[in-house]
Design a protein around this ligand. Structure first.
Ligand code: ADP
Length: 248
């Protein structure tokens, strides 16, 4: 495998006019193909902004975002914003709520080969353990089930990078466990690079190959989750990862 990172950010700054710490500042980041990367930080720390910059929904004010060595086109350079080799699952899941699960997923593929379309859709539903829900409408599913449909829709077109915005926010602790397993399987068996955002670092601790800690738009730590957990360099990180007692 090439040593070139699949996604690279160099000195990326994106500010919004309205707030003091809005956006992200001077972010340098390298993401290896096949890794699971977890971006964590308190609400408002810039996690979603970073995800949108990687996907090309936002353009950086300064610095660059590249995919396999080529600049990611910004929203004004494309008719449909978003990089063609990446897919993003947002918190609203963007499902067609009154359509069946099968149709929600199958509609992502063209009608050029109907047999292949059916097989691929069934394969994705089985992979994400939602094949028994095939004929149900999306509106009749639980949050966790809708999340799986949204992920199936995203991966059926075989993106190289999957971006997940707060994937664990709408599901209970038992289902979290299952979703973590599914995300790990996606990464291992399909080889997809996964970048996920969470306000709760526990979500990424056992899952991620790499964790990035954001504070007020600045990357303050980066590394293997276990190392950051055992040896946090900053008080903010220690407080974020576990209840820390501070001795002055
Ligand atoms: P997070 O995902 O960590 O909650 P965001 O990336 O959504 O953080 O936001 C980071 C900061 O940028 C916050 O202060 C937020 O209020 C601000 N922000 C985000 N989007 C906009 C926007 N479209 N206009 C103005 N400020 C924004």
């Amino acid at each position: 495998m090439s040593s070139q990172p699949i996604v690279q950010l160099s000195g990326v700054t994106k500010t919004y006019a309205s707030a003091t710490f809005a956006g992200v500042q001077h972010i340098d980041l390298q993401i290896k193909a096949g890794d699971i990367v977890s971006i964590v930080g308190r609400s408002g720390s810039g996690k979603s902004t970073l995800l949108k910059l990687i996907y090309g929904l936002l353009a950086p004010d300064t610095g660059s975002v590249s995919f396999k060595g080529n600049l990611v086109p910004g929203p004004h350079e494309k008719l449909i914003p978003g990089h063609q080799s990446m897919k993003m699952v947002t918190q609203d899941f963007s499902l067609n709520t009154y359509a069946k699960v099968y149709d929600n997923i199958a509609s992502m593929l063209p009608n050029t080969d109907l047999k292949a379309k059916r097989e691929k859709t069934m394969e994705m539903m089985e992979f994400l353990r939602i094949d028994h829900l095939e004929q149900k409408r999306a509106v009749d599913l639980s949050g966790g089930e809708q999340q799986r449909v949204a992920i199936a829709r995203a991966i059926i077109t075989e993106p190289e990078v999957l971006l997940l915005d707060e994937p664990f926010s709408q599901i209970d602790p038992i289902l979290k466990h299952e979703l973590r397993d599914d995300i790990r399987r996606l990464s291992r068996y399909l080889g997809i690079t996964i970048i996920l955002v969470s306000h709760d670092p526990a979500d990424g601790l056992s899952l991620a190959d790499k964790m990035i800690i954001l504070k007020k738009g600045v990357k303050i730590e980066e590394g293997k989750p276990a190392e950051i957990y055992r040896h946090p360099q900053r008080l903010y990180t220690a407080k974020l990862l576990a209840g820390a007692n501070v001795i002055s």
